[in-house]
Design a protein around this ligand. Structure first.
Ligand code: NAD
Length: 383
């Protein structure tokens, strides 16, 4: 059981079971010797060094964030999530569970319904596990106000925009919402890759604007990138960092560049995955290898969770942003992206139940993946 959860990369959980088994029938002193030996062996492993490094860096990030938060930000009492898709719905839920009334605005009724039902599912899980009463869950849900209009947005202190990853759409939506909110409210974009300075160019108050990039799924992922544009004020950064902390997240402040920090690192790996498929690798095998290596999900499955449409919409920012480094990607032998081909065949991933894999809901309503052989033909993917 422990091995199934911990996997083969972490020696400590198995060593703990081993110590328990060996020490169970020993005297206290002998048992302590066994424990001491196992502990000192583990302390010399590369995994231990890596985990200690992560812990120290994590503490460091936390202390830097607190300093930013102290630089005189504005108090947030009401929030707005613009867009109720994968990310907007998650952002609305996270605000509500941390006690912030949140307007969740979309142009599509189905998206609003999906956003509410996903929030409801997460809350029901907490009630089932005994982490929350049904009454409290109801109170959290009632903090999310789904809406097709901007009514009530004038009270908002922070708007987090999470509409589709399309510069044209964002360049219309952002000034539109800026015209509806108070002059002191902060406007933040959850864009994955689009330049904050570019988007700020459409706004009257660029000093009140920055990036606030959450990760998927929002409720589970601690990191939030706060992207400072050239004109973003210190007060705006402080407000957004403080709000991210209030949402229970770990904010890091980064500069504006294509892909910011995480996607600048992730997308070359995504392109590498695409190129391997063109070279004849099997996407299922790549997933298996990467998961065994320690990734929580392999790249094909990750594309399905992110949304192939969203991922493909991120491609131009990264490819055009680093032309000297990306010149080989999708040129010559690699003139085709299997991920893009699947997207063009309307396979968007979990959001429409088909991407690299196909999905059905299990008993708990969670998407369960299975293999669809037609993917190999559709995307010219060879086995
Ligand atoms: P999505 O397709 O699930 O949802 C987008 C939502 O925006 C839809 O519900 C759509 O109806 C709505 N929308 C479109 N135009 C609108 C408008 N004018 N006003 C209000 N709502 C509008 O997309 P998503 O995955 O939630 O991505 C949203 C943003 O978050 C993108 O910028 C994306 O790059 C970013 N992001 C996505 C992920 C991810 O893993 N999916 C992770 C981090 C950041």
């Amino acid at each position: 059981m422990v091995f199934a959860k911990a996997g083969s990369n972490y020696p400590a959980p198995i060593a703990a079971v081993d110590v328990l088994a060996k020490a169970a029938k020993m005297s206290r002193d002998d048992a302590l010797k066994i424990e001491f030996q196992a502990f000192s062996d583990l302390s010399q492993t590369p995994q231990c060094r890596a985990l200690v490094g992560m812990f120290i860096n994590d503490q460091f990030i936390g202390s830097v964030a607190k300093k930013y938060g102290k630089k005189g930000g504005k108090k947030v009492t009401h929030a707005t999530a613009l867009g109720a898709g994968i990310m907007g719905g998650g952002i609305a839920y996270q605000n509500a569970i941390k006690g912030f009334p949140v307007l969740m605005k979309d142009i599509n009724t189905d998206s609003l319904a999906l956003g509410m039902s996903e929030a409801n599912k997460l809350l029901a899980k907490r009630v089932d596990r005994g982490q929350m009463s049904a009454l409290d869950a109801g109170n959290v849900l009632s903090k999310i106000m789904p809406s097709l209009s901007y009514e009530g947005i004038e009270n908002t202190d922070i708007v987090i925009e999470a509409v589709v990853e399309n510069p044209k759409v964002k360049s219309i939506v952002l000034p539109d919402v800026e015209g509806q909110i108070s002059e002191t409210a902060v406007l933040a974009s959850n864009t994955s890759t689009i330049s904050i300075d570019y988007l700020a160019g459409f706004l009257k108050r660029p000093e009140n604007f920055c990036g606030m990039h959450f990760f998927n799924p929002v409720h589970a992922m601690p990191l939030v990138e706060v992207i400072r544009g050239e004109k973003t004020s210190d007060e705006t950064v402080a407000t957004v960092v403080s709000h991210a902390l209030a949402l229970g997240k770990k904010p890091i402040v980064v500069n504006d560049c294509p892909g910011f920090l995480v996607n600048r690192v992730l997308f070359p790996a995504v392109f590498g995955f695409d190129m391997m498929i063109v070279d004849g690798a099997d996407y299922q095998q790549v997933d298996r290898v990467m998961e065994a290596w320690g990734w929580p999900m392999g790249p094909a499955y990750l594309m399905d969770v992110v949304g192939l449409d969203t991922a493909v919409h991120c491609f131009p920012s990264i490819l055009e942003g680093y032309p000297e480094r990306m010149s080989d990607v999708y040129e010559g032998d690699y003139n085709v992206s299997p991920t893009k081909l699947l997207f063009e065949n309307e396979r968007f991933g979990q959001k429409n139940s088909k991407g690299y894999y196909v999905y059905e809901k299990d008993k708990r309503g969670k998407p369960k993946k299975s293999v669809d052989d037609s993917v190999y033909e559709l995307s010219l993917i060879h086995i």
